[in-house]
Design a protein around this ligand. Sequence first.
Ligand SMILES: NC(=O)c1ccc[n+]([C@@H]2O[C@H](COP(=O)([O-])OP(=O)(O)OC[C@H]3O[C@@H](n4cnc5c(N)ncnc54)[C@H](OP(=O)(O)O)[C@@H]3O)[C@@H](O)[C@H]2O)c1
Length: 296
Amino acid sequence: MKKISLSEHVQVSSIIQGMMGFKREKFSPKEVMEMIVHRLAHGVDTFDTAQLYGLGDNERLIGEALALNPQLKHQSTWITKTGIVPKLSEDDIWHYDTRGKSIIKACEESLEKLGLKSIDVFLVHREDPLIHHEEVAKALDECMNRGYIKSYGVSNFDPMKFDALNAFTKHPLVTNQIEFSVDCFEHIDNGNFDYLQKQKVHPLIWGPLAQNRLMHHDSPEYKPLIETLYSLSLKYHTTPEVIALSFVMHHPVGAVPIIGTTKNDRFENLLLSPMIQIDHQDWFKIYISHPNRRLR
Ligand SMILES: NC(=O)c1ccc[n+]([C@@H]2O[C@H](COP(=O)([O-])OP(=O)(O)OC[C@H]3O[C@@H](n4cnc5c(N)ncnc54)[C@H](OP(=O)(O)O)[C@@H]3O)[C@@H](O)[C@H]2O)c1
């Protein structure tokens, strides 16, 4: 599988496996370990998690999986995120925390849970309305100086906030993890894709299959989009999901999708996407069949 360089020191596979759906209620550490072995055997060596997932337990589950087969640590690339604090007790509320000390502490906790010597890509998870860019930059650089992380970036930032943080960090932010799919055009509309092309930064894409909401959409206004995906799947001899992922990968911004499926067969099906080069006009057929899109 093709590799994408996020920085001089960090490369990711051109499709990434998201870990959010791997919950302890459904998956044992052994099953997660076997899933990692399966993905590596198919050329996907990059995995995405977050401090938040599983209310903090997702990183721990991954750490237990990696401990069962420690050589996997040397074969895989790990992304994690910080900055969202879930409600863990009656007195708490769900909130964001990107204060410097909190970032460094969270990074140490992620390393301990994952059982890694360093994290390849460390991201600030969301735009914090209380973000102090200089303080966040210092904390990220401190994590780098201590050898905790190899690179840093952000998630769900608009271009102005990306720019503000980038102005204070010693190294460039290597990515912005954002949503994009046949059902989400936010970052085409807000100029983020243009900005990232200007900065030569590859976005990592979450929700590339619209988090499964599309194929089960009951609303009649979604019928044309679903029909287009089905009709193109016949044209390209593949599945509607592969067409939807090819739509994402076709964009010149150089999107790197993070797929969320927990199933081996669905994962293997999606690996066909980079091989399907959808025709330019077919991309527009999908685009304009969305209920909120029209060309002027
Ligand atoms: N930065 C952020 O704010 C943010 C937000 C959300 C997610 N993420 C990351 O992005 C990753 C991707 O998650 P996502 O939910 O956004 O991804 P997605 O790939 O758009 O959707 C995955 C969901 O679709 C379901 N699905 C149903 N049929 C499928 C099919 N035929 N093929 C593939 N999937 C199918 C999967 O269920 P099965 O498991 O049953 O296949 C899974 O629940 C997450 O794991 C996480 O790492 C980041």
